[in-house]
Structure formats: C-alpha cells, structure tokens
Design a protein around this ligand. Sequence first.
Ligand code: FES
Length: 241
Amino acid sequence: RPETTPPKDGDPVTFTLNGETLVAEPGETILQAAQRYGTEIPYLCYHDNLRADGNCRSCVVEVEGERVLAPSCCRAPKEGMNVHSDSERARKSQRMVLELLLADQGPAEYTKHSELTYWAEKLGVAESRFPAEKSAESDSSNPAISVNLDACIQCTRCVRACREEQENDVIGYAFRGNEAEIVFDLGDPMGESTCVSCGECVQVCPTGALMPQSAVGEDESEKDVESVCPYCGVGCLLTYH
Ligand code: FES
C-alpha cells in the first residue's frame, strides 16, 4: 500500500537521484519524477493511469538514512532527500524481485517480450534461480482475450483498470497466499462472466497473462487489441495499439 501520498497542492521538492538533482512537481512520486527526467527505475504494478498499489516491489530504491528500501512508485520525495535506484543494495533487491516474479510466472512463455522480460533483461536477470511451481490451465472462453494465469504476477493492474478506468468491476482478486489469483465475477470463465471485452485489462497487463487471442506467443510490444467500445452501447469496433 502507498506509504506516502504526495500532496498535490504543495511546493516543488528538490531531491537527488543517483547524484543528479531533480525537482519533483507537487503530487509526484520518486518514480514519476525519475521518469520525467529520463532515469529508468523498474516498475511492474505501477501504471500511469492507475492508482499506485505498491505491491510488486520491483521499483525499490535506497533512501539515505533509512533502513528499509522504499517503493518509488508510491513514495513522495522530501526536500533534500538523497535517493539511489542504482546502488548495489537497490539493484540487488530489484533483481531479486524480478527473479521471484519470473519464477511466479511459471515455465510457460506466452509472449516473446513483455514488461517483465524487458526489465529482467535490462537488469541482467537471465533466468530465475527459484523453481517455477504454478501450472494453471489457460482460459480461451472469451473470443477476444486469452487468459493465462501461469503468466500472472498478481500485480492487480487489470483489477484496477477494470474498476477504475472502465468501472466494470468484473476482475477481482481471490483466495490467499499461494492460492491467490485473479478471478472474473465469482470465478467464472472469462467468456461467461460479465466482461464486455473492452480490452483495458489487456492493455495494462505487464506479462501476457491477459492478451489478445490472436497474439499468444507473439511480441507483446506489438500487440493490437480488437474490441467493442463499451461506452454507449452502439457497438463500434475499436483497435487498441
Ligand atoms: Fe512500485 Fe510495484 S511498481 S511496487
């Protein structure tokens, strides 16, 4: 959960990131300020259009004077703060998180390139040392969207997109611990749920757990999602790029 919600009506905040001086706008987190300055910090559960959830911890950074690493996607910078996203300790933790998520993704390869594999390659994580345990059946009941829960890292982007962007609230998060997974309505196959196939969840999924039926095994960075506009009921066809 967000540790600090940056106030939107405050003053700009000056802090350093990896030795560079940054000025964060009111309301900006460390990650958002870093992105505006062109400094890459890995992130997976964070998405520009969604409320930060802070659940994956791939974006952790080291803040001088603090014992615990901070998730940069939901941490407000403070005046004079010195932050490091590329220190040995921060990088070690980021890599460890990516390894765990790669293991969580299981043995199946649903996409050649996803956000998860992008960050893994970027940080030199060739493969995970941890055994993959999941083995979920894919769900092809929706004619437009393929569900491959093996690839799900439970970042909950899709849950938030369905609820916050579309106000459909079809996708939820069920069960606990090792059994936790996303579900549609009350655990229905996606094609039998109240999903309107708007494609919003596919757009935000960072792993290929939700993807167009036509793109399974393809390059996710080039995926197009064909869907029907859910807003007025006329049924116009849409293609998301
Ligand atoms: Fe910050 Fe997931 S991107 S915790």
